[in-house]
Design a protein around this ligand. Structure first.
Ligand code: HEM
Ligand code: HEM
Length: 278
């Protein structure tokens, strides 16, 4: 994901301007037009605005494909997201102009309601990206997460060495820290951002409260071990916080994408019904 500041400002708000001009022109046409049967979705203006709205929606769906296509040429992904956000938000106003502000308990209004859910979730998503520190959004591709996991593996092997020659009590703590530490897990535990039963925290507690008698050299080893496990605990905290942010960042997409498909389905029915009965 690209930082929101950069895609919102993309090329000096080019797509905000496109969206606002489209809306402005639509309002002008809507106001000037005085069709014989009164303003409605079935006037020529209504058909025109409906067609623009439908074309925009199908184009917005394309982002899912464009996002994953690394070989694509043409406008940058940043530009695509910028256009997506502004043209998508514009639809909230364009569609009521299309239907001449008429709504009812029918499949037409269902299409609009579903679309509103998509747009609002999208706006929330953008707000999320804006609120979460940019360092996090930049790192969505897991580069730092991988580096941190690697560091943890290193600490684990350093712990094994540090515990070498110490009484079993210490080896046991190291094994607990290695075997009972979980990152990720279910979506819920990812979102909680912590693990109340973390093996590393337990190991650290048992090391700090150890009452085993040690000679000076072993004491030095113990100190090193505590330092390592404490560092690991800190890293884990950071990783769990990052995983949590990533989970939160994707939460809105769970609404956005399925409702986007549902909107398209209802829209196809809407268009079909309209041509069937008119
Ligand atoms: C090719 C695109 C479209 C065409 C040809 C079209 C056509 C029409 C027509 C003819 C009507 C009037 C229906 C009537 O008076 O009974 C209408 C109403 C309506 N359309 Fe569309 N439309 C299109 C796109 C859209 C889109 C994209 C949406 C929203 C997602 C939408 C939502 C509505 C709504 C809410 C109404 C008002 C329903 C009511 O009066 O209760 N339309 N449309
Ligand atoms: C009818 C309107 C809309 C449709 C059909 C639509 C559809 C989609 C689709 C299919 C994706 C791709 C998701 C994926 O594959 O991961 C997407 C992503 C996205 N949408 Fe929308 N969307 C709409 C409106 C909006 C609005 C109004 C906003 C914000 C104001 C928005 C913001 C976003 C963002 C930020 C992404 C993620 C881009 C990324 O991960 O890089 N969308 N949308």
């Amino acid at each position: 994901m690209i930082g929101p500041r950069t895609f919102l400002e993309y090329q000096n708000y080019r797509y905000l301007k496109v969206a606002l001009s489209t809306l402005f022109l639509s309002i002008v046409v809507y106001v000037v037009d005085d069709p014989p049967g009164g303003r409605s979705g079935s006037s020529w203006t209504g058909y025109g605005l409906g067609t623009i709205a439908a074309a925009t929606i199908f184009w917005l769906m394309w982002l899912g494909i464009r996002k994953r296509s690394y070989s694509a040429t043409g406008a940058s992904l940043k530009g695509w997201v910028s256009a997506h956000v502004y043209l998508g938000t514009g639809l909230l106003f364009l569609v009521p102009l299309h239907s001449a502000f008429e709504f009812g308990w029918n499949v037409h209004t269902l299409a609009y309601a579903l679309m509103c859910v998509v747009c609002i979730s999208g706006i929330l998503g953008v707000a999320f990206y804006a609120l979460v520190p940019t360092s996090m959004t930049r790192n969505r591709n897991n580069i730092t997460l991988d580096a941190m996991l690697e560091r943890i593996a290193e600490i684990d092997s350093e712990c094994r060495m540090a515990a070498d020659g110490l009484p079993d009590y210490y080896a046991h703590a190291v094994v607990t820290s290695i075997d009972d530490t979980r990152i990720g897990g279910t979506f819920r535990s990812q979102l909680s951002g912590k693990d109340a039963d973390c093996g590393t925290s337990r190991a650290l507690r048992s090391l700090r409260t150890s009452e085993v008698d040690l000679d000076d050299e072993a004491k030095e080893q113990e100190r090193k071990l505590i330092e390592l496990i404490a560092r690991k605990e800190l890293l884990l905290k950071q990783i769990r916080r990052d995983v949590r942010f990533k989970g939160l960042l994707d939460l809105w997409l769970i609404v956005h994408v399925p409702f986007a498909f549902a909107t398209c389905a209802a829209l196809i029915v809407h268009i079909f019904v309209v041509f069937w009965y008119h």
